[in-house]
Design a protein around this ligand. Structure first.
Ligand SMILES: Cc1cc2nc3c(=O)[nH]c(=O)nc-3n(C[C@H](O)[C@H](O)[C@H](O)COP(=O)(O)O)c2cc1C
Length: 325
């Protein structure tokens, strides 16, 4: 199945910039499948729109991560759910999603007609419930699952059940037995012992680690003297969190062998390259898409290709982890 995506995507990347490094330079290999570019859509940021996804892939995105899906439909928090802050955004959408039944129907009726390289993100309050979601979606043909062990502002799920290495490992074990598809474990931003967390999920069968989710944060309006978000606490994303994400990827790389996907503050190609040097094989882009979602991927990809060509590298693999030498 991934082969189908590979050849399709390669085609859409047929390079019209002959002075730069070869097209192959942009390919990324993750958990046994190849994606045409190393820039992926981060979970949640553009929701779940099977109509929009083919356009995003065509614009240079290597793979799409769906909004996190839970077992029941959730409306999420009431407005305001998002606000701008210095160098980023604060959001508390509250894991709004259509629920597993409806998402399975959309996979069946919409996605199967227009498949794209897709990773399905899921959240639940226990390993058992994660396992049920995996069982529900596993029959559909997509690249893999991302486990949201890291949302920082919803009770009983996300970082509340995924922060401790043993707890994260239990969830991975419970999902591992339900699928042969690759499992991406998404790490919370505020893990105290990153090496233990990373080793625990690797030992339990995760095929890759995604780092990081947003960071618990707050903004207060000084006139009303109240927190701006209806949930009061939200998740900080964007450039402000990039150094935390880079440090996380760097630490994970020193401790495990499975691939790492870096996420947090990727806006320009330089950000993505920094993640590769820290040890990531691919990156996800979220907040930056708020500015310009159709050009972001191709701009970042173009800059990566230029950097590789200018420094005489032939592919991304050659620069992964170079900052560790
Ligand atoms: C509006 C919004 C919604 C998000 N929803 C989810 C989600 O459903 N699941 C998840 O794992 N991460 C979610 N995230 C976190 C992003 O996937 C990403 O980890 C984070 O925003 C850092 O990347 P960025 O700085 O490029 O935005 C969301 C982020 C934003 C801004």
């Amino acid at each position: 199945m991934p082969k189908k995506f590979e050849s399709k995507s390669k085609k859409s990347f047929s390079n019209d910039e002959p002075t730069l490094a070869p097209v192959a330079a942009l390919q990324a290999e993750l958990c046994g499948f190849k994606i045409a570019s190393p820039t992926m859509l981060a979970s949640g940021v553009l929701g779940i729109s099977f109509d929009l996804f083919p356009r995003i892939i065509k614009s240079g995105c290597g793979a799409i991560v769906s909004k996190s899906i839970g077992s029941e439909p959730r409306e999420g928090y009431r407005n305001p759910t998002m606000t701008g802050v210095e160098a980023g955004y604060l959001n508390a959408i509250g894991l709004a999603n259509p629920g597993a039944e409806e998402f399975a129907r959309e996979l069946e009726e919409e996605y199967s007609k227009k498949p794209v390289p897709l990773i399905v993100s899921v959240f639940a309050d226990s390993g058992e419930h994660f396992g049920e979601l995996i069982r529900k979606f596993d029959r559909f043909s997509f690249l893999g699952f991302e486990l949201n062990l890291s949302c920082p502002h919803v009770k009983d799920v996300g970082s509340e059940i995924g922060s401790e290495p043993q707890d994260a490992a239990e969830v991975v074990k419970a999902t591992r037995v339900e699928t042969k598809k690759p499992i991406f474990a998404k790490m919370p931003a505020t893990i105290i012992n990153v090496p233990d967390w990373a080793k625990a999920v690797e030992a339990s069968g995760a095929n890759a680690i995604v780092a990081i989710n947003t960071i618990r944060a707050m903004k207060i309006d000084i006139q009303s003297r109240k927190p701006i978000l209806s949930n009061k606490i939200g998740g900080l994303s964007g450039s402000a969190i990039k150094p935390v994400a880079i440090r996380s990827v760097y630490e994970i790389y020193e401790n495990v062998k499975i691939p790492i996907v870096g996420v947090g503050g990727v806006t320009r190609s330089e950000d993505a390259i920094e993640f590769f040097l820290a040890g990531a094989r691919a990156v996800q882009i979220g907040s930056a898409l708020g500015q310009d979602y159709l050009n972001s991927f191709q701009n970042v990809n173009r800059g990566i290709r230029e950097y590789l060509g200018a420094n005489h590298f032939t592919n991304i693999e050659e620069i992964v982890g170079l900052a560790h030498r």
